[in-house]
Design a protein around this ligand. Sequence first.
Ligand code: HEC
Ligand code: HEC
Ligand code: HEC
Ligand code: HEC
Ligand code: HEC
Ligand code: HEC
Ligand code: HEC
Ligand code: HEC
Ligand code: HEC
Ligand code: HEC
Length: 379
Amino acid sequence: MYSAGPVSHAHAVFGSRCELCHVTRAGFFSQQVKDEKCLTCHDGPVHQATQVSTPGCASCHGEHHGAAHLAAVSNNDCARCHADLRTKSGPAHFERTILNFDTKHPEFRAVRADSRDPGTIKLNHEVHLKAGLKGPNGPVQMQCDDCHRAGNDDRPWLYAVPSMATAKSASRPPSAAYMTPITYAQQCAACHLLPFDAHISGSVPHDKPETVREFLVRTYTDYIRQHPGEVKTVWAPLQRIPQQSPPRVARNADEWVQFRVEEAEILQWQKGCKECHSLQQQQPLPVVAKSAITDRWFQHANFDHRSHRLLDCTSCHTQASKSRETSDVLLPGIKICQQCHRSSESAEARCFECHSYHDWSKQKPVKGGYKIPQLISAN
Ligand code: HEC
Ligand code: HEC
Ligand code: HEC
Ligand code: HEC
Ligand code: HEC
Ligand code: HEC
Ligand code: HEC
Ligand code: HEC
Ligand code: HEC
Ligand code: HEC
């Protein structure tokens, strides 16, 4: 009676049950498709609260074109708004005209001229990537992979000291698409231990200054209890630094602990911690700035390192081995992507490849209501 091609792969199982998508009036089929029909099986959450109109599901997810991938919508489906972007609440916060990725798409925010890496952990990539860097057991040649790996990679880290790990507040769950944020215990500790005393081996904990102080007071109190005879001996500091006062002779065990803790703390606050952190020197203890290592640079696009593993890291992160400052942004600009993501015979370049349309964080659960016979056989 009505001609129509086969439905998409995902819907093929109920392709003959026209009424599941089409509106029926008094038992008669109509070509009209309503959003409510689609929503009986899955949600399609709204794109932006501020959009001036909401297109119907079928206008982007057309049917009867065979086993097409339904989410592969055309650039025009986006351009009907993004060719001249407006919002209910006034001018748009984003580039006004975007038509295609090849020639009419803005440079990524993170790499625009005034962008900075907000991180506060000092790291000189160039120094660490030079041949013959001093490692824990002799010279080494570090690789990107010694510090950066995808979140699902569970090989042991080469320069980790697991005992230096601190309980971390839960951040984003590890993702196979992105690189795991750096931690001191996994990527730095073996080469940058935190020794505090020439006579007592070991490191201070890598933790808040309060915890470091507790550790020092406890360690020295235990020591002098076990070695009461050493109260009057003068200890040479682990390392002489200008901020330290000259060696002092203690009158009793309490004073001895106090002197030792002061010396060890000055060494950490002025040198140990300061190598990597900016410390706000204040009383009674300095404050360590938030590390602020960015784990997702693109807030408005998706990326997956796995699809790009055929490339050398520096084909995209071209400046990494020459960077000396944390504030340098080492991310690729759009020109690098455009070499492969082009509209003709190349990697996919339509908008859906890199962007979500639906705001899936607002997805509502759908309770399946059909019985098998309602789906598979037409009458
Ligand atoms: C998975 C949902 C779905 C099912 C099942 C389905 N259709 Fe469609 N159909 C659509 C959508 C979406 C459109 C496009 C509507 C639009 O453009 O507004 C459409 C359009 C049509 C059209 C209009 C002409 C065209 O080809 O675009 C006809 C005729 C049609 N369908 C017939 C059928 C018949 C007959 C069946 C059952 C054998 C059926 N459809 C099953 C979703 C479906
Ligand atoms: C009877 C249930 C049902 C109805 C009605 C239905 N779908 Fe689906 N849809 C599914 C199932 C099942 C899948 C495959 C599993 C999944 O991805 O959730 C799917 C997958 C999809 C996908 C992703 C698959 C791909 O190829 O990209 C899109 C997009 C989609 N549906 C859109 C629609 C639209 C638009 C309508 C209305 C015209 C509709 N669906 C109606 C059940 C339904
Ligand atoms: C402006 C075009 C557009 C409209 C309108 C639209 N979608 Fe989509 N839809 C997309 C794009 C692009 C994707 C793939 C990216 C994403 O997941 O957001 C997608 C993905 C989906 C998926 C697949 C999720 C998966 O599992 O991969 C479903 C289901 C879906 N849409 C349902 C709907 C429903 C239901 C409606 C109507 C309420 C709708 N869409 C309206 C563009 C659209
Ligand atoms: C109905 C109009 C409309 C359509 C169709 C539309 N957009 Fe948008 N889009 C908007 C509006 C409105 C904003 C937000 C503007 C603002 O807040 O300044 C936006 C913002 C965006 C943003 C930046 C903000 C964010 O949340 O990431 C991206 C990326 C985006 N759209 C991608 C797409 C893609 C891809 C498509 C096609 C699948 C699409 N849009 C289709 C209206 C639309
Ligand atoms: C010694 C460990 C170490 C090595 C080796 C290393 N990195 Fe990093 N990398 C870091 C640290 C720590 C940060 C966070 C601080 C910063 O942003 O500079 C970082 C940040 C980054 C960032 C994101 C920050 C931005 O500003 O763009 C990229 C991209 C990056 N590194 C790429 C590389 C590449 C590519 C290599 C190999 C050529 C490499 N790194 C080698 C430790 C390392
Ligand atoms: C394989 C050993 C090794 C690892 C792992 C390592 N470093 Fe280093 N780092 C060194 C050596 C050796 C130096 C001194 C290099 C020099 O001055 O030539 C150094 C120097 C530094 C400096 C001073 C750099 C400068 O500008 O002179 C900082 C800051 C630093 N490292 C931070 C880090 C951080 C943060 C990590 C972990 C993400 C890390 N390092 C991991 C060996 C390492
Ligand atoms: C070799 C470099 C390095 C040295 C030296 C170092 N840290 Fe760190 N520190 C890091 C890195 C990398 C992070 C971020 C990831 C993490 O939490 O391990 C960090 C994070 C921290 C944080 C959490 C900051 C936040 O984001 O809230 C504190 C607190 C801290 N360090 C204290 C110290 C103290 C105190 C010292 C000296 C006793 C010290 N660190 C020495 C590299 C270092
Ligand atoms: C190959 C990947 C890719 C493709 C294809 C792509 N984009 Fe983007 N787009 C990005 C990246 C990466 C950003 C930067 C995101 C960020 O700054 O958080 C971006 C940013 C945007 C923004 C925000 C712009 C701003 O003012 O900061 C919008 C809107 C947008 N894209 C829409 C589109 C539309 C519409 C299409 C299709 C015509 C499209 N994009 C195709 C990767 C892509
Ligand atoms: C096709 C280009 C490309 C290649 C190849 C590539 N990256 Fe990236 N990298 C990116 C983009 C784009 C981002 C920004 C993703 C985001 O955070 O939204 C990124 C982000 C990063 C970050 C910051 C944390 C994160 O995941 O967002 C690090 C670190 C990094 N890359 C290291 C590497 C290393 C190491 C390699 C080699 C194994 C590599 N990258 C290969 C494009 C690339
Ligand atoms: C060497 C060519 C090449 C370069 C350069 C490249 N890509 Fe890709 N990209 C691919 C291939 C191949 C795929 C997987 C096949 C496909 O989807 O077309 C892919 C897939 C993707 C995907 C989908 C990921 C997934 O698996 O869901 C995104 C998003 C993406 N690229 C973004 C980017 C961005 C952003 C850049 C620039 C920073 C970039 N690509 C640079 C070749 C490239």
